[in-house]
Design a protein around this ligand. Structure first.
Ligand code: ZN
Length: 87
C-alpha cells in the first residue's frame, strides 16, 4: 500500500503544473494587448499593463494608479514615449 502511494506521488504533482501553463498563456495574452509604451510617462518607471488608459494613440500604460490619474487629468503634460515596435 505504502509503496503504491509513493509511486503515485508524481502524478499527483501534475495538476500543480496546469495553473503554471495557464498563467503563461495569460501572460502572452497580456503581451498581445501591450500598450504603446513600456515606460510610465509620468515618472519614467517601468509601466505595468494592468494600469492602462485608452487614448487616441492606443493603450498607454503606467506604473501605478496615481500616475494613471495624473495623466488622465492632463495628458498633454506627460508626453508618451512610444516603445520601438519590432517588425
Ligand atoms: Zn508612474
Amino acid at each position: 500500500m505504502d509503496a503504491q502511494r509513493k509511486f503515485n506521488l508524481p502524478s499527483l504533482m501534475k495538476p500543480l503544473f496546469a495553473p503554471l501553463f495557464l498563467s503563461l498563456a495569460m501572460i502572452s495574452t497580456v503581451f498581445a494587448a501591450w500598450p504603446i509604451n513600456d515606460e510610465c510617462p509620468v515618472d519614467q518607471k517601468a509601466a505595468r499593463p494592468i494600469y492602462r488608459v485608452k487614448t487616441d494613440e492606443g493603450l498607454v500604460a503606467f506604473c501605478c494608479t496615481d500616475c494613471m490619474q495624473k495623466y488622465s487629468k492632463s495628458p498633454a503634460s506627460y508626453p508618451v514615449k512610444k516603445k520601438a515596435v519590432a517588425k
